[in-house]
Design a protein around this ligand. Structure first.
Ligand code: ADP
Length: 277
């Protein structure tokens, strides 16, 4: 069984049209997936279904073998699969960084010596150790978001879902959070799902699931997905700027491969072409 299994999902808000109508998705443990889609494609609804904030009309949503429909398991499910939302201010509950991170384990009655260890570990994982005694109010958006991530890490989760978690951050905050996601996945084996509309962020994942109107438009590695420039443009989704530049050069006759995602990759390909002239 996959870590996340969405089967034959049908979902609509009250009297509204169906957002999902027979949607299927499987995500394996320890993977890093970006869910991409323009506004209204169903990304946030999917995130809320995954953590049981919303319930399917029919079909099933299982996370770590637990069904979101099983109310008794929902608490366990939310502990093993944390969520980070767009606005860090809504997720910070205490005025001092380390108190904020300690909030969840304290509420769970974890002994204080162990809390100290959990908090230190969590802050170190997000690179915020030196801010342990700082006021949460004075942090930048990116730092607040890292504290929010540490708060989730204090629950020792297997998976973290980031729902447009970088949308309110400046470019440097966005880079911090994207790097943190990658590190948590690669070094700590945490399953990461990053719901985003930033192409450059999606390019960092190992797999991209692109949604359009509640359906999977494309599903593959970033190279595979961003090779489908035409399909993405039709769905009003862009490719990363560097991929677009290489697509334009290819149209002008330069034989560059499709799905180039990084500046250095493009520079090498162009250099090789020029050397061969
Ligand atoms: P995204 O996160 O990709 O922008 P959403 O999941 O927010 O997409 O929206 C998917 C669809 O559900 C859209 O048509 C949107 O208008 C609708 N929708 C989202 N939230 C609500 C809500 N609370 N009530 C009614 N319709 C909603």
């Amino acid at each position: 069984m996959s870590y996340i299994e969405v089967k034959d999902l049908v979902f609509a808000y009250d009297e509204g049209e169906k957002v999902f109508d027979g949607f299927n998705l499987a995500i394996e443990k320890g993977t890093y997936t970006a869910v991409l889609g323009r506004n209204g494609s169903g990304k946030s609804t999917l995130a809320k279904l995954l953590c049981g904030i919303l319930q399917p009309v029919s079909g099933s949503v299982c996370v770590g073998g637990l069904s979101t429909a099983d109310e008794e398991q929902l608490y366990k499910l939310r502990r093993s699969c944390g969520m980070i939302f767009q606005n860090p201010d809504n997720q910070i509950v205490a005025s001092v960084v380390e108190e904020d991170v300690a909030f969840a384990p304290e509420n769970l009655g974890v002994p204080s010596a162990e809390i100290r260890k959990i908090v230190d570990e969590a802050l170190s994982l997000v690179g915020m150790t030196e801010y342990a005694k700082h006021s949460t109010y004075k942090l930048s958006g990116g730092q607040k978001q890292r504290v929010a991530i540490a708060g989730v890490l204090a629950m020792r989760p297997q998976c973290i879902i980031f729902d447009e978690a970088t949308a309110m951050l400046d470019p440097s905050g966005r880079r911090d959070i994207t790097a943190t996601m990658k590190r948590l996945n690669k070094e700590n084996g945490i399953t990461v799902i990053n719901i985003t509309h930033y192409m450059n962020e999606a390019a960092e994942a190992d797999r991209i699931v692109a949604l359009d109107g509640g359906k999977i438009l494309l599903d593959g590695t970033p190279e595979e997905v961003f090779s489908e420039g035409e399909t993405l443009r039709r769905a009003k989704l862009a490719t990363p700027q560097i991929t677009e530049l290489c697509d334009a050069l290819r149209e002008c006759g330069m034989p560059l491969k499709k799905g180039i995602l990084h500046t250095m990759q493009a520079a090498d390909a162009i250099e090789n072409y020029v050397k061969g002239l």
